[in-house]
Each structure stands twice: as structure tokens, then as C-alpha cells.
Design a binder for this molecule. Structure first.
Ligand SMILES: *[C@@H]1O[C@H](CO)[C@@H](O)[C@H](O)[C@H]1NC(C)=O
Ligand SMILES: *[C@@H]1O[C@H](CO)[C@@H](O)[C@H](O)[C@H]1NC(C)=O
Ligand SMILES: *[C@@H]1O[C@H](CO)[C@@H](O)[C@H](O)[C@H]1NC(C)=O
Length: 628
């Protein structure tokens, strides 16, 4: 207790540069920290902490001053400031000045140019995990009002860190603010790092940074966003003003490989050729922290294999029989070599041997996703009533989530599994044939590296990672589904479906299957996947849908409809299937039924019992559509 109060040296700061006095109360007491005295971190706290601070205590300025090549990092270990309203403008509050200039000799001061960058109040959860200065100075201004409360104030630690730890490798393009070129050549390391401007402090707004990666002919570029915090939430990236677009080629004319916004951890990208273009655009009013990423120029897989094979030949210590057995069971499938194929359990369709253990890795690149379609699945018969696959023969599927391998599902017994799709270009599969049992055939799986998300309708757009156009002039009706349908949809995936009707047409959707993992209101707070209908390209207002619904009908407001599907990195479901039809306004009115159907009409009858009188009419409409 004594040490923390001792830290509070009350020094009067002369605020001679404050012209209009709008920034700080000149009677503010100033507490200055210029060193951690050899310790890794220093400590600071509000007056009397942890006792409740007294009312009318006034204003305190905590000024952290680092060396010119350093920035200041602070963490609040406890934070409890009386909160009277949401935006912390009344009651007690802490203003953070992270952009403080040093103007000539004398103590750093707040000028009319240095607006506070944020205001904090409330409890620990409402304070940010860490705060960083832009330059060598950071100021916290604590204001305690007249209201008597039990709030205890704050305690935290600070550290001065070298800003050169956050320098982007690569060559800065002259006369640009934040454009860089990363060239692969024998004289520079094949890997490096890149950061958003001012990282780890927040990036400025109204910026655009271009990062050009140029590998050599047989190289590819691997880019990993280790941390990326642009905006909170799970909004569609089409609705965000701060986004990162990754193009699979030289410029923004190349196909879009990924669009990143919100918050992402450990996201890996692999170019399909020797060039990659990354564009970071920030136009929102509330900039986030930004990103840190690393890149690597890698020999492309096909050539790497050739090199590896030649070295293996020279120094192999395995006998031929062993390496043959190994290669049949431990396999790597690269999309560079083949876009599809079939794998079977050893000795298929005869029974595999007990203690068979096989490992299969699938490595795609660019926008490719790995899709497994099960053609035969016949593992050891189960005895007893155990429902899990732990102690029996099984196939485990692993995905890369936040840079780590994570088990997505275990498959066992004999029921043919539905197709499986990866969340990115990589997937691993492990077969554990512990017991075998004379008459189990094993498995046969066809795999493919797909770029169309197994969506069989619509025209795919190259300017989005997953977007499809449905144009009334080309096709008046059809069906859509979630990616990988009827298998469970992939994680971390956003797909957009754009419906364009002719003038005075609207599109009507009838979902015959709807299973989206989540709970109302289908937002980030409930970690929900969701779909959302919008009548504009950018729209954050429209309601979201998730959960399991027997049926869902939706009619667009006008001749454009955007349907967004978005999944997060956990839990899965089977997605949706819907019929769509474009109808002119006149047809809308003459058709009193909300339903329509195509080939699946007979399936609908049980659901439509209450509407049997309309069924005849329904078939009329269907017949008309078919004969058109
Ligand atoms: C402070 O805490 C005490 C005891 O916990 C309580 O009686 C009192 O009402 C509280 N005061 C305020 C202003 O919250
Ligand atoms: C497999 O890929 C080849 C081309 O690489 C293609 O012609 C063939 O149709 C594909 N087969 C399947 C089942 O997708
Ligand atoms: C729809 O298709 C028509 C005819 O092919 C074409 O003229 C029109 O530009 C397309 N509209 C959109 C939005 O793609």
C-alpha cells in the first residue's frame, strides 16, 4: 500500500501551450514516470488505491515519458471508475492521450492539437487490455467528480518498448505513407514481418497501405496474420470501412483471395503464384489496433518435392519395403500436383490390418478448400452402446484454427459421413484402425481442392473470396445452398449471394432446409453463425437469422438482394438450401401463395397441409415455369 501511494508525487505541470484551455484543467496534479529503474515493468495507481477514491479529488495527470526511440505500453491490472453514462462524459473518467508531441525543451505537454484518443470509465472489462502511445509519451488524465461512490480507481503497470521492434521489413516506397515492396532475392532473408502503421498503437484513419510481394519464379508467398484487430464484432466485411484485401497476384485486378476485417488470430494465406498484393484500407472513425503479420517466400511444393526426393534417394536409411508401406499410408496431397483423386484404406476393399495408423495431409493454396466426399465407409463394427469414437476404429479430421491444429470431427462405425470441407487451404486426416475385424472394408474417399465452395449454381465473382451472382436475365429460378451442402458448412467462411432482378422484379426465396449454428440475436455475443438479407450492398441494419427453422420465406424489397452467410471458427451445422424465383410485381400479386417450388414440390406437401387449396395453383405455376 505504502509503495503505491509513495509513487504519487504531486507535481504541478505548467500547461503553457494550452491556448484555449479546452484540453485539461490547469490545476491538474501531475505524476511523472520516466523510468522503470531496471525493472521490466513499473507500477502506477490512482490515489488511495485500493481504497475507494474520495469525491471532489479533482484532476490527476499521469505522464509516461520514454526515450525518443521508445513507445509506452500500459496495462490496467484493476480498473474501477464510477460510470454515470455510456460515453464516460459525466461522472468520473480517464482520458487517454496517446498522440502527444514533444515541443522543444521542457516537459511534454498537451497542445490544442493533441486531442485525447479515448475516454475510459466503468470496470476492468470495459477498459482495453493494453494501451500504447504513438510516440514516446502517453498521458492519462483522471478526473474525479463530486459524486460519492465506492469506486476504487485503478492500478496498472507500464513498460517502455523499442519502437524498432515493430518496423516493417521490405522496402518503403518513396513518397508514399505506408506502401512497401517485398522482393525475394538471394541477398535478403526469405522471411520477415509487417505491421500496420503505428502498430501496436492504433492506426490513423483515412489511410491506404499497399504491400507488394514478389517471389522468384518457383516460389510462393506464405503470409500469416498473427493478430489482426480492426473492428469489434462479426459484421460482414462488405459492411466495414476498415478492411484488408489480399489479391492472389500482382495488383487489385487479380482474384481476391481473402477479405479480412473484425478480429482475426493466426490466419494463414498461401499465394498460388509468385506474386501477392495486400491492400489495407482504413476509413472508419474508430481505428482499431491494426495487425502484425509475418511472411515467407517458400519453394513451391511441386519443386520442393523434386528436391526432397533426390536427397532422399541418396541417403535413405529405410529399406524399400518399409518406405513403400509408409508411402501408402502416410501421404501428402498437394494441389500443385493434382486437383483431385481417391484415397482408400490399406488393402481396400479387403480388411485393413489391426494397428493400422495412417496420416493424410492435404495442402492447397490460394482460395482452394479441401473437400472430402465419402464413397464407402465401413470400419470395425461397434459392440456396446458407446456413442463416441474414442476406443474404436475411426477417422479424425483436423483443421487449422488460429494457427493450431484442431480436431473438427471423429468418424466411426458404418454410416456414410456427409462431405467435409476445410476452413482454409489445409486439412489433415488421421485413420486409426486399432482393432480391424476381418470383415470391415475400410474406406474410400474422393478428395478435391475446390475454389467454388461446392456451390453449383450462380456465377462466381473473382473480386470476393466467395460470392455468386444470380441474374434474372440469365436464369429466372433455381436453387442455392450453403457451402459444402449437404455436408456441414466450413468454419471461418463468408459467402455472399447477389440476386439481380430486372426492373420491377423481386426475388423470392423459400428455404427448405435451415440449420445455422447460433442463437438469437445471432450476433458475436452469442458466438453465432448467421445469414442476413440486405437490399443494399452495405447494410448493417438488417436482421440476422440463425438456429434451426422448419421453413423460411423471404421476398426482397426491390430488384436487388444480397444474402450473406457467415460462419465463425467454432461449432458447425448443416447450413441451408433454398429455391429462388424472380417474379414481376404483377406476378407477385396474382400469386396469393407465399410458396413456390420446383422439383421438390412433393416434399412440400406435408408442410403445406393448411394450404391445400393452393396446391393446385402451385403446380400450375411450376408447370408454367418448366415450360418456359
Ligand atoms: C458503498 O458500500 C457500502 C457498503 O458496501 C454501502 O452501504 C453504500 O451504500 C455504498 N455506497 C455507494 C455510493 O454505492
Ligand atoms: C479431376 O481433375 C481433372 C483435371 O485435373 C478433371 O478433368 C476431372 O474432371 C476431375 N474429376 C473430378 C471427379 O472432379
Ligand atoms: C445480367 O445479365 C444480363 C444479360 O446477360 C447483363 O446484360 C447484365 O449486365 C447482367 N447484370 C448483372 C448485374 O450482372
Amino acid at each position: 500500500m505504502k509503495t503505491s501511494t509513495a509513487l504519487i508525487l504531486l507535481v504541478h505541470l505548467s500547461l503553457h501551450t494550452v491556448d484555449e484551455g479546452q484540453a485539461v484543467d490547469p490545476s491538474c496534479r501531475c505524476i511523472r514516470y520516466t523510468s522503470t529503474y531496471g525493472k521490466e515493468r513499473g507500477t502506477f495507481s490512482s490515489p488511495d488505491y485500493p481504497r475507494p477514491y474520495s469525491a471532489h479529488a479533482g484532476c490527476y495527470m499521469y505522464t509516461f515519458i520514454a526515450a525518443s526511440h521508445q513507445i509506452v505500453e500500459i496495462f490496467f491490472t484493476d480498473f474501477d471508475i464510477y460510470k454515470e453514462n455510456l460515453d464516460c462524459t459525466r461522472g468520473d473518467f480517464v482520458k487517454v492521450y496517446s498522440e502527444v508531441g514533444i515541443h522543444g525543451p521542457g516537459p511534454p505537454s498537451i497542445t490544442e492539437y493533441s486531442m485525447w484518443s479515448r475516454v475510459l470509465c466503468g470496470n476492468r472489462a470495459e477498459a482495453p487490455p493494453a494501451i500504447y502511445s504513438h510516440g514516446p509519451v502517453l498521458i492519462l488524465e483522471l478526473n474525479i467528480g463530486s459524486k460519492v461512490t465506492n469506486a476504487t480507481g485503478f492500478i496498472g503497470t507500464f513498460k517502455f518498448i523499442d519502437r524498432r521492434n515493430f518496423e516493417t521489413d521490405g522496402v518503403h516506397v518513396q513518397d508514399t505513407w505506408c506502401d512497401y515492396i517485398f522482393d525475394s532475392n538471394p541477398n535478403t532473408p526469405a522471411h520477415g514481418r509487417l505491421y500496420s502503421p503505428r502498430y501496436p498503437s492504433s492506426y490513423p484513419n483515412n489511410i491506404r497501405c499497399n504491400y507488394h510481394f514478389k517471389a522468384r519464379k518457383y516460389e510462393r508467398i506464405k503470409l500469416v496474420f498473427e493478430e489482426l484487430f480492426l473492428q469489434k464484432g462479426d459484421e460482414s466485411c462488405l459492411n466495414r470501412a476498415d478492411v484488408i484485401k489480399v489479391y492472389d497476384g500482382r495488383s487489385s485486378a487479380a482474384p481476391v483471395l481473402s477479405i479480412l476485417c473484425n478480429e482475426v488470430v493466426g490466419y494463414e494465406i498461401m499465394s498460388s503464384g509468385p506474386e501477392l498484393f495486400v491492400q489495407f484500407t482504413a476509413n472508419s472513425n474508430v481505428p482499431g489496433q491494426g495487425f502484425k503479420a509475418r511472411y515467407q517466400f517458400q519453394m513451391d511444393n511441386a519443386n520442393a518435392d523434386t528436391l526432397k526426393a533426390s536427397t532422399d534417394d541418396s541417403g535413405s536409411s529405410f529399406g524399400p519395403a518399409v518406405s513403400a508401406a509408409t508411402s501408402s499410408c502416410h501421404q501428402i496431397f498437394r494441389s500443385d500436383k493434382s486437383k483431385n483423386g481417391t484415397i482408400t484404406s490399406p488393402k481396400y476393399p479387403l480388411s485393413y490390418l489391426p494397428k493400422t495408423h495412417c496420416h493424410y495431409d492435404f495442402l492447397g493454396r490460394g482460395r482452394e478448400r479441401v473437400r472430402l466426399v465419402f464413397e464407402d465407409f465401413n470400419l470395425q463394427k461397434m459392440t456396446g452402446y458407446r456413442m463416441d469414437c474414442d476406443s474404436t476404429d475411426s477417422i479424425d479430421i483436423f483443421l487449422y484454427v488460429e494457427g493450431r491444429l484442431e480436431k473438427m470431427v471423429s468418424l466411426c462405425r458404418n454410416e456414410l459421413p456427409k462431405p467435409i470441407m476445410s476452413n482454409g487451404p489445409k486439412l489433415s486426416m488421421v485413420f486409426r484402425g486399432l482393432h480391424s475385424s476381418g470383415n470391415s472394408r475400410g474406406f474410400k474417399i474422393s478428395y478435391a481442392f475446390v475454389t467454388d465452395y461446392a456451390l453449383k449454381s450462380g456465377k462466381q465473382l473473382l473480386e470476393y473470396p466467395c460470392a455468386f451472382v444470380f441474374n434474372s436475365s440469365e436464369k429466372g429460378r433455381g436453387a442455392i445452398s450453403s457451402p459444402n451442402y449437404p455436408g456441414i458448412y466450413p468454419r471461418d467462411t463468408e459467402c455472399n449471394y447477389f440476386f439481380y432482378g430486372n426492373q420491377d422484379e423481386r426475388v423470392r426465396l423459400h428455404f427448405t432446409h435451415f440449420d445455422i449454428e447460433g442463437v438469437i440475436p445471432c450476433k458475436a455475443v452469442s458466438a453465432s453463425d448467421y445469414i442476413q438479407f440486405s437490399s443494399q450492398m452495405v447494410d448493417v441494419e438488417s436482421p440476422r437469422y440463425c438456429g434451426q427453422l422448419n421453413e423460411l420465406h423471404f421476398t426482397s424489397k426491390n430488384n436487388f438482394l444480397k444474402l450473406t452467410f457467415k460462419s465463425n471458427d467454432r461449432l458447425d451445422a448443416t447450413g441451408f438450401r433454398a429455391d429462388y424465383i424472380f417474379l414481376r410485381d404483377s406476378e407477385m400479386h396474382s400469386m396469393t401463395m407465399p410458396e413456390f417450388a420446383d422439383n421438390g414440390a412433393s416434399l412440400l406437401i406435408p408442410i403445406l397441409v393448411w394450404q391445400t387449396t393452393f396446391i393446385i395453383k402451385l403446380f400450375d405455376i411450376v408447370e408454367n415455369m418448366v415450360t418456359q
